[in-house]
Write a protein that binds this ligand. Structure first.
Ligand code: CA
Length: 233
């Protein structure tokens, strides 16, 4: 369901973690160094990063700080994995911008619980929780969209786009941000693609009079609002 980047140089831990994540339905990308992790993030923004502190070369801590300073990765959910458990280290990790901190050894169930908690707070579109805005309901588990009990037929890309909009209502998202967060790719897909799918999404929502919930913010991007303007396009 969610795309998780695991940055860990110890092969045994990387394998154990990725087996558990894949078993839980996540899509896993592995990186052994900070440079590999940066390359993976440059290619496609993951929903969450499990970042080992001690890596050969550049440390995970330094990488987390770098991501927090870059607008594209500022909000990227990061859980630091580390053998260190000292209070000072914990504080340094959180100061560097980690959303949570897990000391090795940890149990798979604790890892999953922490991942869910961070995603719920920062990337709810990566979870299977049903979401409702102004009567429009989307359920990722059943892949159904309904309004007042009426089913709304939505294509797979429009479904993901609507899910992202509904979990981040009222905020304007640029086309580049939508490509990053919905398509997972901001480089190889044209921004015009977003316009095409927004148009299709509005068409899908029209039969239940919800098309106007998807607003165009001129020069800025798109947003979903529950406060539909009377003169809305
Ligand atoms: Ca390590």
């Amino acid at each position: 369901m969610s795309r998780i980047l695991v940055v860990e140089d110890e092969a045994a831990i990387a394998e154990l973690v990725s087996i558990n994540l894949r078993h839980a339905g996540h899509e896993v990308t592995l990186a052994e160094t900070a440079d590999q992790a940066q390359a993976a993030v440059d290619h496609a923004l993951p929903d969450l990063v499990l970042l080992d502190w001690m890596l050969p070369g550049r440390s995970g801590l330094s990488l987390a700080k770098h991501w927090r300073a870059d607008p594209r990765t500022r909000a990227l959910p990061v859980i630091m994995l580390t053998a260190r458990a000292e209070e000072a280290d914990r504080v340094a990790g959180l100061d560097a911008g980690a959303d949570d901190y897990l000391s090795k050894p940890f149990s798979p169930s604790e890892l999953m619980a922490r991942i869910r908690a961070v995603l719920r707070r920062k990337a709810p579109e990566a979870l299977d929780d049903a979401v409702e805005v102004a009567g429009l309901r989307l359920d990722p588990a059943t892949r159904r969209v309904t309004f007042g009990g009426r089913e709304v037929k939505v294509g797979p890309t429009e479904f993901r786009l609507l899910h992202f909009f509904m979990t981040h209502p009222e905020r304007v998202h640029s086309r580049a941000q939508l490509l990053d967060r919905v398509w997972g790719d901001h480089v190889f897909i044209e921004e015009r693609t977003v316009d095409v799918h927004v148009k299709r999404l509005r068409e899908a929502l029209a039969p239940v009079n919800c098309a106007a919930m998807i607003e165009t913010s001129r020069g800025a991007g798109y947003r979903l609002t529950q406060h539909v303007r009377a003169e809305s396009e």
